[in-house]
Design a protein around this ligand. Structure first.
Ligand code: BG6
Length: 296
């Protein structure tokens, strides 16, 4: 089941009967590929991505835990994306996917070194499932296993990089009229005006308390991505545009045209767990030909 990926890092390949596939690296518990039945890649991974610890992988679905962005004392986006996860040989039962074999269970627990930067004991279980029909589902379960009686709080995001044909032709639906914090303006709070969201410059916004369904319409590819989320009230929308792209060593200068991050997240209200408590956060992605979506 495990095989060697780039730079000898271990990965798991999931396959679905219709021909969809997905790849998950143990490094970061990181989904790096999701392909449809025609072999087309649906996630964006930079041609300059480092598959080299301790750098996180640029693209796919990094897991931001236990901190989103720099909203705390930890490194940017927390530590989960640059830790080596393990295959979870004893996962708890997941009733909804028990008949589906195309899944992998990973687990992350802190090492003694980790406890020095975030002094909490936890079990983070991640199940990645490729559903019948090719939907990609990620379920995260975080349990507080502190024995000192202390609660802990965290913020979280599935930092999904979608592959798009041309960012200036892309629309996002489901976030119009919502409040957001603008990362480009000191996280000040604004209200989105007007219609569906389109892109003509750098965007870095945290939309608050969004609907559970968000759509990314890619007219050129005639494809719509649908994101469904549960336990994750917020949604980050990020595109670095040309200037930031040039400033990132692991991102091609023009690659901003071919990607968009829409991140199911819990940011505004951190999750707090008492010892023994568990939190669950789920995202489900589907990629559908646009013609099937008319009228939605
Ligand atoms: C987004 C943040 O989620 O991630 C941005 O909102 C950030 O502010 C981006 O620039 C990329 O972060 P990183 O650490 O992967 O370069």
């Amino acid at each position: 089941e495990l095989c060697k990926g780039i730079n000898g890092l271990e990965k798991v390949v999931l396959r679905e009967v219709r021909g969809f596939s997905a790849e998950v690296y143990l490094y970061g518990g990181h989904v790096t590929s999701w392909k449809n039945e025609h072999g087309e890649e649906l996630l964006f991974v930079s041609s300059k991505a480092n598959f080299k610890p301790p750098k996180p992988i640029r693209g796919g679905i990094p897991i931001c835990f236990s901190q989103f962005s720099n909203l705390g004392s930890l490194e940017q986006h927390g530590f989960a994306r640059n830790r080596l996860w393990s295959v979870d040989t004893d996962p708890p039962p997941f009733p909804t996917t028990s008949s589906n074999k195309a899944f992998i269970d990973l687990i992350l627990k802190p090492t003694e070194e980790d406890m020095k930067i975030w002094p909490h004991s936890y079990e983070f279980r991640l199940r990645v499932t490729l559903g019948p029909g090719g939907d990609l589902m990620l379920t995260s379960r975080v349990r507080n296993t502190n024995t000192d009686g202390k609660p802990f709080s965290f913020t979280f995001a599935y930092h999904t990089y979608f592959s798009v044909s041309d960012i200036s032709e892309v629309r996002v639906e489901g976030l119009e009229t919502l409040d957001y914090l603008d990362n480009l303006q000191n996280r000040e709070r604004f209200t989105e005006q007007g219609d569906a969201i389109t892109f003509e410059s750098e965007v870095d916004k945290i939309y608050l308390s969004t609907p559970t369904k968000i759509a990314i319409l890619d007219h050129e590819k005639k494809r719509t991505f649908v994101i469904r989320k549960d336990g994750l009230p917020d949604a980050v929308v990020w595109n670095p545009w040309d200037k930031k792209a040039k400033a990132m060593a692991d991102f091609g200068d023009d690659e901003y045209k071919y990607m968009l991050c829409v991140e199911a997240a819990a940011i505004e209200k951190p999750i707090t767990l008492k010892p023994g408590e568990e939190w669950k956060g789920r995202q489900e992605l589907s990629a559908v030909p646009s013609s099937y979506c008319s009228g939605q």
